[in-house]
Design a protein around this ligand. Structure first.
Ligand code: UT7
Length: 339
């Protein structure tokens, strides 16, 4: 492609990996003071999938990525950038999970790195893929959202352990000269003044591993659930309204609205505020729980596999998470339909 031909980033394929083991609400009733009724009513979650003890974030990410590469109809050799979004990396310092995944896929000598944007990670990666491709720096970007959230959840804390699950999703984003295949827009933003809403206090430079960290359980995720809930509804709604308005697209013209899968009540409130019909809104939180950076690609994979997501159809993605971070994206699905 010549330097002067306009280049667009296009969403070529989606893949996911869901661990086999299921943790049901009935299982959680035996672990903490909760009930199936409370969890269903307050979150819409029935079950979540949990990785095996010896299964790493990179194992799940590599499996999802292999599916995405195969469905894109390309050879792994043409991928020139590997990006992974995760807050549950294989190693907290180094190497990055993107490097480990690249090796598992046999992709060597290409740029690879992780980003930390919690649940917003996958849509943050879309913004990076767009920038790398449209600047002409890269041609085929592999993006992965993968989480082993069970590795940072305290299964004695009923306020968090009922919410999260494990899994991975991946996509291939490629350069195209066809404008109608290109991303329409991606917004990504953050406000660190809410950092304490969702935090894993250790390990890190503030709390390196110590006996205190173990004794006080500082390695587990902590969340101000109710405050996060209220801000999530407000921010997600505002963000989607802005991206639609800016691009002169009406909410009723979106066939697939894929919000972050944290809580059905949040999804319903945002969908209602945008006057979305039920069939426009993708909901997978009931069977996967909140899988953080993997939540949106796992949901996209579900609608692709069921034949709901067809080539050329518009997707509106919207997410919110620790940081606090939030992001939305408006783009067509430029891959093959699952006939
Ligand atoms: O992915 C990143 C973004 N994350 C989110 O968006 C998550 C946002 N937050 C939420 O989804 C909800 O806030 C939760 C599901 C975490 C909690 O629901 P809530 O309606 O906000 O409940 P709450 O925290 O206000 O707690 C209400 C009551 C409390 O009892 P009291 O103080 O009223 O006696 C809690 O102790 O529910 C109690 N509670 C539970 N009861 C049974 C909290 N967790 C549980 C539980 N089972 N698992």
């Amino acid at each position: 492609m010549s330097q002067h031909t306009p280049v667009y980033a296009s969403f070529r394929s989606i893949g996911a990996y869901v661990p086999e083991k299921i943790l049901t609400n009935a299982d959680l009733e035996k672990m903490v003071d909760t009930t199936d009724e409370w969890i269903l009513k307050r979150t819409g979650i029935k079950e979540r999938h949990i990785a095996e003890e010896n299964e790493a974030t990179s194992d799940m990410g590599a499996k999802a990525a292999a599916v995405a590469i195969e469905r894109a109809g390309i050879s792994a050799e043409v991928i020139d950038l590997v990006l992974c979004a995760t807050v549950t990396p294989d190693y907290f310092n180094m190497p990055s999970t993107a490097c480990v995944i690249s090796d598992k896929l046999g992709i060597h000598n290409v740029q690879a790195f992780d980003i930390s944007a919690a649940c917003s990670g996958f849509v943050y990666l879309l913004s990076l893929a767009k920038a790398f491709i449209e600047s002409g720096m890269k041609q085929h970007v592999l993006i992965i959202g993968a989480e082993k959230f069970s590795s940072i959840v305290d299964y004695q804390d009923r306020s968090t352990c009922i919410l999260f699950g494990d899994g991975a999703g991946a996509a291939v984003i490629s350069a195209t000269s066809v404008a109608s295949e290109g991303f329409i827009d991606v917004h990504a933003s953050a406000d660190g003044s809410y950092a304490d809403f969702l935090v894993t206090p250790a390990p890190g430079s503030i709390n390196p591993v110590s006996q205190k960290v173990i004794d006080e359980g500082l390695n587990f995720v902590q969340m101000k659930g109710n405050e996060t809930f209220k801000l999530a509804v407000k921010t997600l709604t505002k963000d989607v309204k802005e991206i639609l308005q800016k691009n002169d697209i009406k909410s009723e013209d979106i066939p697939h609205f894929v919000p972050h899968q944290a809580n059905y009540r949040i999804i319903k409130a945002v969908g209602d505020a945008l006057k979305m019909r039920e069939e426009q809104v993708v909901v997978t939180v009931g069977k996967y729980g909140n899988t953080s950076a993997a939540s949106i690609p796992m949901a996209l994979n579900d609608i692709w596999e069921s034949g709901r997501l067809q080539q050329g159809e518009l997707m509106l993605l919207d997410t919110f998470g620790g940081g606090l971070t939030w992001a939305s994206a408006l783009l067509p699905f430029a891959g093959k339909s699952n006939a």
